[in-house]
Design a binder for this molecule. Structure first.
Ligand SMILES: [Zn+2]
Length: 440
């Protein structure tokens, strides 16, 4: 049995719990974050390393709120987009935390506003954002980085050691990084390049065709950035099928029928990897999977055989990192990342995914208005087609996300097999529709 050392105070642990009574840290997915009232920042240690004050318990996890999101939230809460500009703003335990105080804010209420009202919010935001100022944010961040340097050093060193052990088993040519343009794969890529001392590891980017415009822009500048200069990125994309056309035939994807993941993601990535590594028997794929990302991912091991792609071992260097850790890494190293996070999105898969939350949907209305309206009209059209008495309400209340079957759809009622002919990976799509797809 391996002796476990508390990541917080470095004394041995009893199972998941630290035996040091002053620390009491539990290594679950969530950790304990404190707030230093003196420095006005979140801290990982109970005693603030900058000023020595004792922090008070704040939340189990935390993410920064960048000036762009700050501006929008200020506008929604107070009517003044600059209200919290000088404040230290974070998000944790389902609340905005402004200068250490949790603020009441109903995302559902905002998202339920009629589109013309949201259009007015967008106009006010766009105007205010011309005077966007990062000065106060940067002051907070530099103090935050300083106060949490021990935590940064610990998680970084640990992850780098984990990655380096693969050098005994694999050559650089047998390795790849699965790159989505999200924060977790950004950090994983950076750690892998650092640990292996090269930018030569192939990156595979799965383009679902429903990517945020910010993700595509980030991908474009990725191998020009100083930290990831020259990285080779292969784009995996299904160029034969079109999402909107498929929506017309089988209906939009819902939470239990996420056919889009198989057609536009898994299948395309499988093909690209198979052709890029066609002479290899065993490849190693570094992925940014994390336990606290979703319940379905909490069962993952740090190293596993890929269930989807044969002869592929998956290594997840940051599997136990919290959001706090990921952001601490990004803010400490100063590496570039996807702009969607600055605007307030917390995940950057497909922008219209039925699994996205109300805040994500609200942000789409504000920042991607035209695309949102187009998508909304498609959903209303679909609702009419399947005979919903009040199509607008069906869409507004998210009824399409909960859809269980192909009721009312001509194609689904006759036979899904009708548009099968190709016997490639995507044919899995035909029966994947019949059962829940829970993870992708
Ligand atoms: Zn302090």
């Amino acid at each position: 049995m391996i002796e476990r050392i508390c990541p917080k105070c470095k004394v041995p642990m009893n199972g998941d719990n630290c035996v040091n009574p002053k620390c009491g840290h539990a290594t679950e997915m969530a950790s304990t974050i404190y707030w230093c009232d003196e420095c006005n920042i979140p801290i990982y240690e109970k005693e603030c390393p900058v000023c020595g004050n004792e922090g008070r318990y704040l939340s189990t996890d935390l993410r920064p709120v960048f000036p762009e999101e700050n501006m929008l939230v200020s506008l929604l809460i107070t009517g003044n987009p600059f209200e919290y500009q000088k404040s230290s703003v974070w998000y944790g335990s389902n609340a905005y935390i402004i200068d250490g105080q949790k603020i009441k804010f109903s995302v559902g209420k905002e998202n339920a506003k009629p589109l013309d009202e949201i259009k007015a919010i967008k106009a006010a935001y766009d105007e205010a954002s011309k005077s966007l100022d990062y000065k106060y944010f940067e002051q907070s961040v530099s103090l935050f980085v300083k106060a949490n340097a021990d935590r940064y050093n610990y998680i970084t060193e640990e992850a780098i050691n984990f990655i380096q052990q693969y050098l005994n088993k694999y050559t650089i040519e047998d390795m790849m990084v699965s790159f989505s343009g999200g924060k977790d794969s950004t950090v994983t890529s950076h750690l892998v390049n650092r640990a292996l001392g090269t930018n030569r590891i192939l990156h595979v980017f799965g383009d679902t065709t429903l990517e945020f415009p910010y993700t595509l822009e980030y991908k474009k500048r990725f191998n020009k950035n100083e930290e990831s200069q020259g990285v080779r990125i292969l784009t995996a994309k299904n160029r034969e099928k079109n999402f909107e056309n498929l929506c017309e035939v089988v209906g939009p994807p819902s939470r239990v029928m996420r056919w889009c993941c198989t057609v536009f993601k898994t299948g395309a990535i499988q093909k690209t990897i198979a052709s890029a590594f066609k002479d290899k028997n065993n490849i190693l794929s570094f992925q940014g999977i994390r336990h606290n990302e979703s319940a379905s991912r909490s069962k993952y091991e740090r190293e596993s055989e890929s269930p989807k792609i044969s002869k592929q071992t998956v290594a997840a260097p940051i599997i136990d990192w919290t959001d706090f850790d990921v952001w601490l890494y990004i803010l400490t190293t100063g590496i570039d990342f996807n702009e969607a996070y600055r605007l307030g999105w917390t995940r950057v898969g497909c922008w219209c995914c039925p699994n996205n939350g109300a805040w994500s949907e609200f942000l789409s209305k504000v920042h991607m208005y035209e695309q949102y309206v187009h998508w909304h009209d498609m959903l209303v059209e679909f609702a009419k087609q399947i005979g919903k008495p009040d199509p607008e309400d069906y869409v507004a209340e998210g009824g399409w996300k909960a859809r269980q079957g192909g009721n009312g759809l001509a194609a689904a009622q006759t036979s899904i097999v009708a548009f099968e002919p190709c016997a490639t990976d995507e044919s899995a799509f035909n029966y994947d529709l019949q059962r829940p797809i829970t993870d992708c």
